[in-house]
Design a protein around this ligand. Structure first.
Ligand code: ADP
Length: 434
């Protein structure tokens, strides 16, 4: 019961994880109110290693057109982010060079390529010059908003969405300089309907390549246009790398490592119980303590999460529930309220919360320990959920609820995994149950 995989077996489950990757990256965009501070060094691989490497500390140094500089400042940006320092000079160079850039979500990639697109457009030419492909409809709209914001003092530049539902009469030629859309519609507009002349495209942006290649069918659609290519990704697994190499010829490459997460500043406890009900009881006993700050409670299944949220509410506690069957907008609203502190406790499932960053949480409760689909400890999720990076290095508390030999074994294995270089779990301490 406890280790039953999320209620969708076999390949359906597989699909949902992929689907969730796109959803999560959208949710992360929505909840991200500010830049993720990253102190790591940017790693640069230049196509031509002899050409000088420029990096800028201010937007002035980029010699942007006045309306664009105004646009950037009006968004409240004071200086380029870590990745923008190096990426922007490359992206704005003449002649432009192909670029593959990877950094975690929230580090300023979107803002960078939006600025690059707006800079390379010639507003006097009334045809598409920049294409941007996003993995989902929602992300396309979101990026469109950034283009509109940043370009608000540059009204000559127009934007059109190549997304499902946006049907144009056959034979039209687009007047807009920037087209943003999803792979299928974008390809139709170029190849089938010829609304866009690929030869006239100066900048081609492939956003969220990692999500794109995880989404079936999008892989091949993205490779038909070859011009000045900018490819962005939040992760750089081998699959992304292979894909990028195939479609972006002679690229410059910029990588920014994720800030290391550590368990150093986290106090970790476990609570021994015999059943789900006992875990609930134990949770109620410590409830007063955990709600001093904000807490997230992770369950393995939607069913447990729903049950737990219900039981906690019945006890008179105010909790929010984030679950996989909710609409994306509903999920975004829940996360938003939580982020704003309107709710103190968020109950969610392991799968639903994967990849969602809610950094301000200082108490994490594993009502069920994170395990992979084979029931083995999921160390990475454990670390990502509980660990803190430099910026959010404040102290935190993690409570692991154990209710069987099996879950004790999982916890021991997680502890073994992190004993090397991390503080081992504080196994001799227990949260008192009074
Ligand atoms: P990514 O595409 O890597 O996820 P975004 O470009 O969406 O990152 O940026 C994340 C957040 O940081 C957004 O709210 C964005 O407005 C903001 N941001 C981007 N660049 C800067 C900057 N140079 N200074 C301040 N905030 C920035």
């Amino acid at each position: 019961m406890l280790y039953k995989p999320e209620e969708n077996g076999g390949h359906v489950h597989h699909f949902l994880i992929h689907f969730d990757k796109a959803t999560n990256s959208y949710l992360n965009k929505l909840i991200r109110s500010s830049l993720v501070d990253n102190k790591n060094q940017v790693e640069v691989l230049q196509k031509d290693p002899n050409s000088p490497l420029y990096s800028v500390k201010s937007f002035e140094e980029l010699r942007l057109k006045k309306p664009l500089l105004d646009g950037v400042y009006s968004m409240g940006f004071n200086r380029p982010s870590k990745i923008q320092e190096t990426a922007l000079p490359m992206m704005l160079a003449e002649p432009p060079q192909n670029l593959i850039a990877q950094s975690q979500s929230g580090t300023g990639k979107t803002a960078a390529f939006v600025l690059a697109m707006l800079s390379h457009v010639d507003p006097n030419n009334k045809w598409p010059q920049c294409l941007c492909v996003s993995p989902t409809y929602e992300l396309a709209l979101q990026t469109g908003k950034v283009i509109e914001q940043m370009g608000k003092f540059y009204p000559e530049v127009k934007l059109v969405y190549a997304i499902r539902g946006n049907k144009l009469p056959r034979g039209v030629k687009l007047q807009e300089q920037i087209v943003i859309g999803t792979p299928g519609t974008m390809l139709d507009w170029c190849a089938k309907f010829k609304f866009i002349e690929p030869k006239k495209i100066r900048v081609f942006v492939l956003d969220e390549a990692d999500v794109m290649i995880a989404t079936q069918g999008h892989q091949d659609q993205s490779i038909r246009i070859q011009r000045y290519m900018l490819l962005f990704s939040a992760t750089f697994e081998e699959s992304v790398w292979n894909f990028a190499q195939r479609i972006v010829p002679d690229p410059n490459i910029i990588k920014l490592k994720r800030e290391e997460e550590t368990l150093d500043t986290i106090k970790q406890y476990y609570v021994l119980c015999n059943s789900k009900e006992e875990k609930f009881e134990a949770l109620c006993n410590i409830y007063g303590a955990i709600t001093i700050a904000q807490a997230m409670i992770f369950c393995h299944t939607r069913k447990t999460a729903g049950w737990l949220a219900g039981e906690l509410s019945r006890e008179g506690h105010q909790v929010a529930l984030l679950s996989g069957e909710m609409q994306v907008e509903q999920r975004a609203a829940v996360i938003d309220r939580f982020r704003e502190g309107k709710e103190k406790v968020l109950v969610t499932t392991n799968v639903c919360a994967r990849g969602i960053d809610v950094e301000q949480v200082s108490v994490v409760i594993n009502f069920d320990l994170p395990v992979d689909k084979d029931g083995n400890p999921d160390n990475e999720t454990y670390l990502h959920r509980i660990g803190r990076t430099g910026r959010f290095g404040k102290r935190g508390l993690a409570i692991n609820m154990v209710d069987s030999k099996m879950s004790m074994n999982i916890l021991n294995r997680i502890q073994d995994h992190f004993s090397d270089g991390y503080d081992i779990l504080d196994t001799d301490r227990r949260v008192p149950r009074t």
